[in-house]
Design a protein around this ligand. Structure first.
Ligand code: GRE
Ligand code: ZN
Length: 320
C-alpha cells in the first residue's frame, strides 16, 4: 500500500464458501472456470489482483445464490457456519479484508440475531441479501425484524441481485435463454428484480417505520437514478411519511459503482444522489479491479470527490 493514492475500499467483492455452494447447482451458465476459481480464493490470487488494482480493502460478500434459497433450518445452520468461516478467512489478512454477513432470511428473527452476532462478535460491516427469499420480496412484514436490528446496530444491508424467480424467468426470458443466458442474469434479470425490490422498500412503508435504515444498491443503483424524476412524476404524491419517492430513496439508499464503469451512469448517479451516497465497488471477480480504479481516476470527479467515493465515505459508513 502506498500513501500517494487515496484509501480505496471496494464494497461488492465476492467469494464462494465451498460448503454453502454445495447446496446449489446450475451456476455455470455465465460463470467460466476462471471466475469459479477466483470466487474460492481468499488469499494469493485475490490479494495480488487487489494490489494490481490499488485496492486496499475488499468487503467480502458471498456470491449468489445464498441462504435466501434454503429452507429455514438449513439457512440458519449454513449462515452461521458460513459467517464463521468467513471471519476465519478475514483473520488471515485483517488489514485487507472485511465482511458482510449472509443472513438466514427464511427465518427472519434468527436472521436478525445472526446479523447482530456477526456485527458484534465477528466485526462484520453489515449484510448482503441476494435476491428474493424463496420467492418473497424482503419488504414483506415478516422480514422487518431484520431492518429493526440493522437500524439499531447502524449497519447497512446490501440488496444484491440474484437470478429471478423461475416464474419470472419463464415469462420474461424463455426463448432467448439458450443463446443469451446473461439476459436473465446480470444483463437485465438481476437489474430489474433488484430495482423492483428497492422501489418496494420505499412503497411498502418499511422506510417510514425504519427511517435510519441504510440500504446499498450496486451497479450504480440498478438504473434507478435514471428513473427518479419519472417515478416521482407518476406517483405524484408523498409516499413515505410526507416524503416523495425520490426524497426517501436519496435518504436511505447508497449506490456503488460495482460492474458499471460508465461515465454517464456515474454523472447521473452523482447528480441524483449527491456525492456522499456514491461508493466504490468492483464486483470482483465479475469485473476487473484495475478497470474500476483506472476508471474512477480518469473520471470527471474532482480529486476530493474521487477520494470520497474510493474510500472516505465507506470508512465512515462502515466505521473502519
Ligand atoms: C453472477 O454470476 O453472480 C454475476 C455475473 C456477472 C456479473 C455479476 C454477477 O455472472 O454477480
Ligand atoms: Zn455482485
Amino acid at each position: 500500500m502506498t500513501t500517494s493514492r487515496p484509501l480505496t475500499i471496494a464494497l461488492e467483492e465476492h467469494y464462494n464458501d465451498p460448503l454453502l455452494v454445495e447446496h446449489f447447482t446450475g451456476l455455470d451458465a455465465f460463470r467460466p472456470p476462471e471466475i469459479g476459481k477466483r470466487l474460492l480464493d481468499l488469499g494469493e490470487i485475490r490479494l495480488r489482483e487487489m494490489d494490481e488494482g490499488g485496492i486496499d480493502i475488499q468487503v467480502l460478500s458471498h456470491a449468489g445464490p445464498t441462504t435466501q434459497k434454503l429452507d429455514p433450518d438449513t439457512a440458519v445452520r449454513m449462515a452461521r457456519q458460513t459467517n464463521d468461516r468467513l471471519a476465519a478467512s478475514i483473520a488471515l489478512a485483517p488489514d485487507r479484508l472485511a465482511g458482510f454477513a449472509v443472513l438466514p432470511t427464511p427465518a427472519p428473527e434468527a436472521a436478525a440475531d445472526e446479523l447482530e452476532r456477526c456485527v458484534i462478535e465477528l466485526g462484520f460491516k453489515g449484510a448482503v441479501v441476494n435476491g428474493l427469499t424463496n420467492g418473497k420480496f424482503l419488504d414483506e412484514k415478516q422480514f422487518w425484524p431484520i431492518f429493526a436490528r440493522a437500524q439499531k446496530l447502524d449497519v447497512p444491508i446490501y440488496l444484491h441481485p440474484a437470478l429471478p424467480s423461475p416464474a419470472v424467468a419463464e415469462v420474461y426470458y424463455d426463448g432467448l435463454g439458450r443463446e443469451f443466458p446473461e439476459l436473465r442474469g446480470p444483463v437485465w434479470g438481476f437489474t430489474s428484480e433488484t430495482a423492483t425490490q428497492a422501489i418496494r422498500m420505499v412503497l411498502s412503508g418499511a422506510l417510514a417505520e425504519y427511517p435510519d435504515l441504510k440500504l446499498i444498491l450496486g451497479h450504480l443503483g440498478e438504473a434507478l437514478p435514471f428513473m427518479l424524476w419519472r417515478t416521482d412524476d407518476l406517483l405524484s404524491r408523498p409516499v413515505c411519511n410526507g416524503m416523495t419517492f425520490s426524497e426517501t430513496f436519496r435518504r436511505n439508499f447508497y449506490l456503488t459503482t460495482s460492474g458499471n464503469f460508465s461515465d454517464s451512469a456515474l454523472a447521473c448517479s452523482v447528480t441524483e444522489m449527491g456525492i456522499d451516497h456514491i461508493l466504490f465497488a468492483v464486483d470482483w471477480p465479475f469485473a476487473s479491479n484495475k478497470a474500476g480504479t483506472d476508471w474512477i481516476k480518469r473520471s470527471a470527479l474532482s480529486e476530493a470527490d474521487q477520494a470520497k467515493v474510493l474510500g472516505q465515505t465507506a470508512k465512515k459508513l462502515l466505521r473502519f
